[in-house]
Design a protein around this ligand. Structure first.
Ligand code: ZN
Ligand code: ZN
Length: 351
């Protein structure tokens, strides 16, 4: 049995301190592959588990390996695996559902109550040297798509699901609230799906510069104050109210803005997760038929996300601002948590 280095950021005694541990290399089951891990991006959820030990109802009760935005190289295939072979470079879709329940059978496997999702308690994530995963949730990367881009497929899939739920299509006018990684992938996706105009808001000026450089037509710096006036400013910039608003911050005031800024008959998609209860002008939404929709992760989005990158329709490379080695994971998490140095997506190399 071989040993390998593994980062274990959450320890039950010293929450958030992080530690390394050796564990045996796992043996893939008949329908699984063993992966030599390549890249793992740090997500806001990883930072929350590390710093607070919880996200909503998901509570870390035992030490848990973090990481779910990842890519790797196939090291070994289970006996039934036909779609992959050793040496294949793959993006890893981190949630494997039960495949048996009504949600799975109706194609909404993201809502499966029995999904096993990397780095969501009690399941370990993929921030390690070797990881085993269901072969059909691994997506082979073409030669010209990098392993870093493979790892970015995870947040990009959130953008794809958000835009699909919002009904973004050719000619849509889209408002994106929040220019963090998810806001930016939503921007890229909406543009690739044919949106005519995209306006992005944020409370940080430097993030708006990034949004602009990634194709936002308009940006609005939110400094607090009157939300109705802000909605009016957005309408003026876009020439009309947006058909679709994608809320990526989770902040109460931003959800409020999302309702009043969206055109009557339009759609507001809630992607950002903030406090579990918020006060918003729901009657305004109801009487103007603004549909408010949630999203949970993504479903069948990896193939399209990969195609958008492979075909050159979008460029996700500017999202990756910082790179660390597995041994430097603590520093990587510190950078992601503080956003220091203009950090957008922090990437850890496990090779
Ligand atoms: Zn994530
Ligand atoms: Zn299921």
């Amino acid at each position: 049995m071989q040993e390998y280095g593994l980062f274990r950021p959450i320890d039950s005694q010293a929450l958030g301190s992080g530690e390394k541990e050796n564990r045996p290399i796992p043996e893939p089951g008949p329908n699984e592959v063993l992966l030599h891990m390549s890249c793992v991006g740090i997500c806001g959820s990883d930072v929350s588990y590390l710093k607070r030990g919880a996200i909503g109802d998901f509570i870390v009760k035992a030490p848990m390996v973090l990481g779910h935005e990842s890519s790797g190289v196939v090291a070994k295939c289970g006996s039934n695996v036909k779609n992959l072979k050793p040496g294949d470079r793959v993006a890893i879709e981190p949630g494997v559902p039960c495949r048996m329940c009504n949600f799975c059978k109706s194609g909404k496997y993201n809502l499966c109550p029995d999904v096993v999702f990397c780095a969501t308690p009690p399941y370990d994530g993929s921030l390690c040297r070797y990881y085993k995963h269901a072969a059909d949730f691994c997506f082979k990367l073409p030669d010209h798509v990098s392993l870093e881009e493979g790892a970015i497929l995870e947040p990009l899939s959130v953008g794809v699901h958000a835009c699909r739920r919002a009904g973004v299509t050719m000619g849509s006018n889209v408002l994106v609230l929040g220019a963090g990684p998810i806001g930016l992938v939503s921007l890229l996706t909406a543009k690739a799906m044919g949106a005519s105009q995209i306006c992005v808001t944020d409370i940080a000026e430097n993030r708006l510069h990034v949004a602009k450089s990634m194709g936002a037509d308009h940006t609005v710096l939110v400094k607090g104050g009157n939300l109705e006036a802000l909605a009016e400013e957005i309408k003026k910039l876009m020439g009309d109210m947006p058909d679709v608003t994608i809320e990526c911050s989770g902040a109460e005031s931003s959800i409020h803005l999302g309702i009043v800024a969206t055109k009557s008959g339009g759609v507001l998609v809630l992607v950002g997760l903030g406090p579990s209860e918020v006060k918003v002008p729901i009657v305004n939404a109801a009487t103007r038929e603004v549909d408010i929709r949630g999203i949970f992760r993504y479903v069948n989005c990896y193939p399209l996300a990969l195609d958008m990158i492979a075909s050159g329709k979008i460029n996700v490379k500017p999202l990756i601002t910082h790179r660390f080695k597995l041994e430097e994971s603590i520093k990587a998490f510190e950078t992601a948590a503080t956003g220091s140095g203009g950090a957008i997506k922090v990437m850890i190399s496990c090779e």
